[in-house]
Design a binder for this molecule. Sequence first.
Ligand code: SAM
Length: 281
Amino acid sequence: MPDDPLPPLRDVIRDHGLSARKSLGQNFLLDLNLTRRIARTAGDLSQMTVIEVGPGPGGLTRALLMEGAAKVVAVERDRRCIAALEEVAAAWPGQLDIIEGDALEVDLASYLEGRPGAVVANLPYNVGTALLVGWLETEPWPPWWQSLTLMFQREVAERLVAAPGTSAYGRLAVLTGWRADARIMFDVTPKAFTPPPKVWSSVVNLAPRAEPLPCNGRILSRVTAAAFGQRRKMLRQSLRTLGGDTSALIEAAGLDPTQRAETVTVEEFVTLARAVEADGS
Ligand code: SAM
């Protein structure tokens, strides 16, 4: 692997005046051993276009290039970071494209240049779950991404992989379990970030399921939002916000109206979403 030809990240941050902004979820990773470990967690990237959301000063970006990514497309909202990222692009000619913009608005799939896509990101905490839900609801399926390797706050990571019957089980676990295999790969101490956040983080790896149960993701999202919006209530109560004949829906899905959302499996939520779709309400 080629060595990193660029100055230490601390110098990059100082020289470009990149003081971290809380409003943009900026907690930077400066340790190249850690960023390289994250890049390696994504697997073999040598044939991939890697989409990186929020490259910031470029630590993970540099690691992805060093670990052999064919191409990195980095989408950054903070204009202050662009000049620093252009220095990385100059050191890796033709291998890094920088897009200045909001990752929630950018059509990420349009940047793959014919290669399979992987997303690798130390996500800004304030838009991380919205981005993930968008990637899980992608149509058509299989999606444009072959893997997602994402840093989340540990509590959020635990919600992605939670099993029914646990307090972390909710809408995110259902959407994730429906379409992906998700694994927590390792935890990261707050001390690894500049500035350090209050909580631990975890790197999660998600692979798309080849044949998820057929279902409309938006409806599944709506059903789980209703069910877990009042997670202590029985389904016959919590699902009322969906409109229509709640009892008929629950019956069509083969569920018990006195069950609580926490006990409903992913497969059962999918059946419920299909019943809602068939009902047309
Ligand atoms: N990747 C860098 C690292 O690991 O050191 C920075 C990670 S920091 C947690 C999150 C980054 O996402 C920041 O650079 C921030 O400016 C950027 N960001 C925040 N909201 C964004 C959005 N909606 N679209 C793209 N980038 C965003």
